[in-house]
Design a protein around this ligand. Structure first.
Ligand code: SF4
Ligand code: SF4
Length: 160
């Protein structure tokens, strides 16, 4: 079975603090509320005790992404482009409806990015995507470089 560690969703955490009592290593008791991955032994006691379902157990090594046929990948990329254009157009219009349409297009584009693998930190697509981002005007380069230098990208494969 895959080795796990606990991750706390700060948006869901209501600070009931049950996880502080059940954790055998003190990994949940940190100053910034982020569970200490180095102390976590993956027992899952905190996730079972949390009344807010704020803790998830995630694998230390992510499973490999399922490869997609190029025509599927291209269709996803095309949809992402279309949703991004829709967001940009809606953002230039006044009113709450236009703002909602922009937000909705953004969410759909993010979903499609996830589906394409661009948001899986282990994927080759994410690495290629970040390298392309370097050339975009206005992109915070230090953030992109930080991600490129920090994420492991273990999933290497020949690209078509
Ligand atoms: S048990 Fe859940 S809600 Fe309570 S502090 Fe821990 S993560 Fe937050
Ligand atoms: S999984 Fe176990 S060791 Fe890790 S933070 Fe939760 S209670 Fe602590």
């Amino acid at each position: 079975m895959a080795e796990l560690y606990a991750v706390r969703n700060l948006r869901l955490c209501t600070k009931d603090c049950l996880c502080l009592y059940v954790c055998p290593t003190g990994a949940t008791d940190t100053e910034d509320s982020i569970i200490d991955r180095n102390k976590c032994v993956g027992c899952g006691a905190c996730a079972n005790a949390c009344p807010s379902a704020a803790i998830s157990m995630v694998p230390k090594v992510m499973p490999p992404q399922q490869p997609k046929e190029e025509r599927v990948a291209e269709a996803l990329r095309s949809l992402i482009r279309s949703k991004t254009q829709a967001e940009n157009l809606a953002a230039q219009l006044p009113g709450a409806l236009a703002a909602a349409a922009a937000r909705s297009s953004r969410l759909m584009a993010e979903d499609l990015c996830r589906e394409s693998g661009y948001m899986l930190p282990q994927s080759e697509e994410a690495r290629v995507f970040l390298e392309r981002l370097r050339t975009y005007p206005g992109i915070p380069l230090e953030v992109v470089e930080g991600l490129l230098n920090t994420l492991p990208f273990p999933e290497k494969r020949d690209r078509k």
